[in-house]
Design a protein. Structure first.
Lengths: 110, 116
């Protein structure tokens, strides 16, 4: 089983819709969780950290489910500019090493 | 503030040649990471350093790959000899180990390597 798994997509979603991605991880001792966004031919950039209690940043909501070992990202009222690949990243306990999923490709359709 | 700076941005070389990729992390960041990204395998961690010391190189594919960090502001990833399967985008990232952004990776723009 891969350490971090994501549905690669593609997700083709109409503008204004709500879309959600999940990401599962295998190491139950993992402590830190992140969502990164990567535009075509660009570097990944941090979108948001994922806290145990869940967190929201504008149209974006991230949640952690430790029991089932997954994190999720919800995007409401999607915009054309949300089109990108979304990578989840997880690190182990006491470990700076971040393992990335292969990414979920999202395209917002006008 | 300058971000992570990588060079070269693009390199095309022939099989068997030596390739050296360079990285300047963000000043004050204690950790430096080298990742490789391909369509098939996604982002793979090759090696990371903490305070210039290699901590985990388990992702380095084989002896053809080596990485150094002689000081806090410079790191190299060397491939010798290069092979076509090494073609990928190589990202360097740095991270602070304390403060609000602790654990967050800041990536350079990447070095796109093509080995013919």
């Amino acid at each position: 089983r891969k350490e971090v798994e994501q549905d690669p997509g593609p997700f083709n979603v109409p503008e204004g819709a709500t879309v959600a991605f999940n990401c599962t991880y295998s190491n139950s001792a993992s402590q830190s969780f992140f969502w990164y966004r990567q535009d075509c031919r660009k570097e990944p950039k941090l979108l948001m950290s994922v806290y145990s209690s869940g967190n929201e940043d504008g149209r974006f909501t991230a949640q952690l489910n430790r029991a089932s070992q997954y994190i999720s990202l919800l995007i409401r009222d999607s915009k054309l500019s949300d089109s990108a690949t979304y990578l989840c990243a997880v690190n182990g306990f006491g470990n700076e090493k971040l393992t990335f999923g292969t990414g979920t490709r999202l395209t917002i359709i006008p | 503030d300058a971000g992570v700076i990588q060079s070269p941005r693009h390199e095309v070389t022939e099989m068997g040649q030596e390739v050296t990729l360079r990285c300047k992390p963000i000043s004050g960041h204690n950790s430096l990471f080298w990742y490789r990204q391909t369509m098939m395998r996604g982002l793979e961690l090759l090696i990371y350093f903490n305070n210039n010391v290699p901590i985990d190189d388990s992702g380095m594919p084989e002896d053809r790959f080596s990485a150094k960090m002689p000081n806090a502001s410079f790191s190299t990833l060397k491939i010798q000899p290069s092979e076509p399967r090494d073609s990928a985008v190589y990202f360097c990232a740095s991270s602070p180990t304390s403060g609000r952004a602790a654990g967050e990776l800041f990536f350079g723009e990447g070095s796109r390597l093509t080995v013919l």
